[in-house]
Design a protein around this ligand. Structure first.
Ligand code: AMP
Ligand code: MG
Length: 356
């Protein structure tokens, strides 16, 4: 008897000690000191189908790890609810059942959908998360190698329109069979803002969250300098980037040089004009700076659709928001002629080349 209970004690102890260890392992992230900036720690990962980097200023690696784990959780929570690649996400359920019945969605999704509506209204429908049936049409075209017929585009357009997505106290509904939602034009920005807000709530004062080149910042990189962000200079054939200096601001870039698909010899942007049904091609790159990443993300996508003139007018009308727009004005057989415009105060965020 004595022997048995004695052997049970270490076994129970082992379990008691081991469980938190296993639970802790899940949160063990690879966090490294940033070699260039003392006090800053970095974590690199993949999420939302792209690379992500989180940088935080912290008192030590333990605190950095805690901050970063919380930020990663915040990003993952948005991805779980919003991803169209997960069958059980709010958006996938809405796409499956939303035309038959109201679908209850989480607060996060509800907020994304209402922000999406705001950006649709602000951009006269250039930004529209209900554009997704067009994405499916063009994906099928990519597979078959044949550009869709005009009447196919026309009939698909009937399934597109933000007014046909209703949202009422956490329940969403699609007004037509065949409608679909893709929040890809603002979900990354939204997720980044959630991560930045979580970091702030945890007491982190300085951080940078980068998901696929869309970036939100909190505070500064060090006491002497703001966060430095490299954006490819659309004017240059070389890789020499523009360096932006941001303190608590966000930046997002939409550009088909990074993401496009091919049908035969032709390349097409992954951004589609929800009014015409065709992929956009006059604005190869747009960078937007705004207080919130969600705004920068949605506007960068919208301006790709609206074009340089309307896009610039819109940005100039929104306080604390700046942009750099590269547009294609003429295509010659050999090359595109491009022009680059920036909003009035964009240069305030650009580091002088002399400082580099
Ligand atoms: P970005 O990554 O910011 O350039 O946004 C591109 C993503 O936005 C695409 O991959 C789609 O998921 C989505 N998208 C494409 N066209 C539109 C549109 N007209 N309105 C809203 N979202 C769009
Ligand atoms: Mg976007």
């Amino acid at each position: 008897m004595l022997d048995q209970s004695a052997s049970r004690v270490p076994a129970i102890l082992a379990v008691v000690m081991f469980v938190p260890l296993i639970a802790g392992c899940e949160r063990q992230l690879t966090v490294q000191p940033d070699r260039n900036v003392p006090g800053v720690y970095v974590h690199r990962t993949e999420m939302m189908g792209t690379d992500a980097t989180i940088r935080v200023r912290a008192s030590g690696i333990g605190q950095a790890r805690q901050f970063i784990a919380d930020a990663v959780d915040a990003l993952n929570r948005v991805e779980e609810r919003m991803s169209t690649y997960r069958r059980d996400s709010d958006i996938s359920r809405l796409n499956r059942y939303g035309a038959e019945q109201q679908v209850r969605v989480s607060q996060l999704t509800s907020r994304v959908l209402s922000r999406a509506r705001h950006f649709s209204e602000l951009t006269d429908g250039a930004f529209d998360v209900t554009y997704a049936p067009l994405r499916s049409l063009w994906r099928r075209a990519q597979k078959s190698g044949k550009v869709p017929e005009e009447d196919e585009v026309e009939s698909t357009l009937e399934l597109v329109g933000y007014e046909q997505l209703s949202l009422d106290r956490g329940k969403a509904r699609l007004q037509r069979d065949g409608m679909e939602i893709d929040p890809g034009g603002l979900a990354k920005g939204f997720a980044i803002d959630r991560a930045v807000a979580t970091l702030r709530e945890q007491g982190c004062r300085d951080a940078l969250v980068d998901v696929g080149g869309d970036i939100g910042t909190l505070g500064e990189r060090s006491d002497e300098s703001p966060w430095a962000i490299r954006v490819r200079d659309p004017r240059e054939k070389t890789d020499s980037p523009i360096v932006l200096r941001l303190t608590g601001m966000a930046v997002a870039t939409s550009g088909n040089y990074a993401r496009f698909f091919r049908i035969g010899e032709r390349t097409f942007s992954h951004i589609i004009d929800p009014r015409t049904g065709y992929p956009v091609n006059s604005v190869p790159s747009v960078t937007v700076i705004a207080p919130e990443t969600e705004t920068a993300d949605a506007l960068a996508t919208a301006i790709s659709v609206m074009g340089a003139d309307k896009g610039m007018t819109l940005v100039e009308s929104i306080p604390e928001t700046e942009c750099l727009i590269m547009s294609r004005t003429k295509t010659t057989p050999d090359q595109d002629i491009v022009s680059v415009d920036s909003s009035r105060n964009f240069s305030a965020y650009v580091e002088d080349t002399d400082d580099r």
